[in-house]
Ligand binder design. Sequence first.
Ligand SMILES: [Mg+2]
Length: 237
Amino acid sequence: MIERIIVFDIDATLILSGGAGARALDRAFEEVTGAADAMEGVPFHGMTDCAIISEMAKRKLGARLSETNREEVRRLYAAYLEPELAASPGFEVMAGVPELLDTLAADSRVLLGLATGNFEETAMLKLERGGLAGYFRFGGYGTDSESRPELTRIAVERGRAIAGDGAGVTAPLVYLVGDTVFDIRCGNAAGARTVGVATGITSEAELLAEKPYAVLPDLADKNRFYEILELDGAPPG
Ligand SMILES: [Mg+2]
């Protein structure tokens, strides 16, 4: 029986793309609009991909993109991301993440999912590059909504639908793990127990100010993570 649903953010929580995402998006945006280096100065941390593209257009063109151009940027972004990820010297899987996900995936009480501002197809490219794509059974993506609170709510709803918190069964607790204040705010709003990880640009103190359920320096301590899950018994394996 599933007792815990755990929803993970991707960028700076599970992996760092080493700038591959920004480079691929810049290339895609330039090809469609002619404007170079449009990612420059965009505060992309915690933003959805749709919102990032809107911000690039606003800053560089002073206008909104047509629906056709938006779709073309999205398509080219995905096409350029794979080679950019493959060639990115700064690509990194965060400390302890493969071990933690291995353990959680082997625990039948746990269901793993994603809540990310990435488009679904580019989220998968990033996870595949890190060897992490097989762990997650559902997600809420930037393709579901431009709004992070909304895609987080959708992710939690999908997790609950799979876990089946129906009649006679104790509803599983939902946890959300992320590195920015936006993850914590959206997770709190979606009724999740939020876990901030200070592996991005946000400090433990800044994460704590959003009143998360817990804050960790990183995901390297599997036993500490299990303490926060408050499951009876030790992690498997
Ligand atoms: Mg993140």
